[in-house]
Write a protein that binds this ligand. Structure first.
Ligand SMILES: [Zn+2]
Length: 275
């Protein structure tokens, strides 16, 4: 081999060798020394953060809404001392405590902070934001007639998405409350409420027993905002009449609250088939 060719081959070999050595750097590979720290996260790393984001959480989500709050006390008893908003909050707390036993299957979120002024839409929006699977708004009824009494459910009306599932939950609620001494209003305790336009800017509230409605011909009139805009199956319940002596004797006590809270709890367990 001529000396010139041999020299050229040697130079070529040197260039190729240099290229192989530097290739990893050209390709953007990380320097080997930086790899050694991987896997030593600080011990204080909050690993439970992974459970807090709704998309990563595989549990069901229930939003509980204590009706009224802040300057809106809701209905008042005949003595003027018991406010609906306080009882509703107590009931939400009791149901939440009972459901804690199923925390591995169900996440419970309150629609609003206790005793705050919040619009109906803000309450419904919590369910949308939390990607809720079920929304329940707790209320007490009030009437000028002391004889008015009983338990009532208002699911999302026919024709809306989630109407069927709302009705299924309403029926489970009635099924449970029926086992207490509560009086069940109407044919089966289930009603639809519609705000019907009257004149230029007025509305009146029309309450229909489920037996008086035809699911095949849905109405466009709006129902309660919490059952229209929560983006999931929703029911509003009037647990009892705060103005009824009979209802108050049954439920306005620690034992009475527990009885109603347990019925609501059982209905939620049945709805989600919690175990
Ligand atoms: Zn109310």
């Amino acid at each position: 081999m001529p000396a010139v060719v041999r020299t050229l081959l040697l130079i070529l070999a040197a260039i190729l060798l240099a290229g192989l050595v530097w290739l990893p750097t050209w390709a953007g590979a990380a320097p080997a020394a930086a790899v050694t720290d991987v896997g030593t996260l600080p011990e204080s790393q909050p690993t439970d953060l992974l459970l807090e984001g709704a998309p990563l959480d595989t549990r069901y989500t229930l939003v509980l809404d204590a009706g009224h709050g802040g300057i809106d006390g809701g209905a008042v008893d005949t003595t003027g001392t018991v406010l609906e908003k306080d009882v509703n909050q107590t009931m939400v707390d009791k149901v939440t405590a009972l459901l804690a036993a199923h925390a591995n299957q169900l996440r419970v979120v309150q629609a609003v902070e206790p005793d705050t002024n919040a619009t109906v839409l803000a309450r419904a929006n919590t369910a949308v934001k939390e990607q809720a699977d079920l929304f329940l708004s707790l209320h007490l009824n009030g009437d000028t007639h002391e004889s008015s009494r009983g338990f009532q459910c208002f699911p999302t009306p026919p024709g809306r998405p989630y109407a069927d599932e709302s009705l299924r939950f309403a029926r489970l609620l009635v099924q449970q409350v029926q086992q207490t001494d509560a009086f069940i209003l109407g044919t089966e305790g289930i009603f639809y409420c519609y705000y019907v336009r009257q004149g230029e800017s007025g509305y009146y509230k029309e309450i229909l027993d489920i037996a008086q409605t035809d699911p095949a011909t849905p109405r466009a009139d709006e129902s309660f905002g919490v059952v229209e805009y929560s983006g999931c199956p929703s029911v509003l319940i009037e647990q009892w009449f705060i103005t009824s002596a009979e209802d108050m004797a049954l439920f306005n006590s620690e034992a009475g609250y527990d009885t109603m809270a347990n019925s609501i709890y059982q209905a939620i367990c049945a709805y989600f088939q919690l175990n």
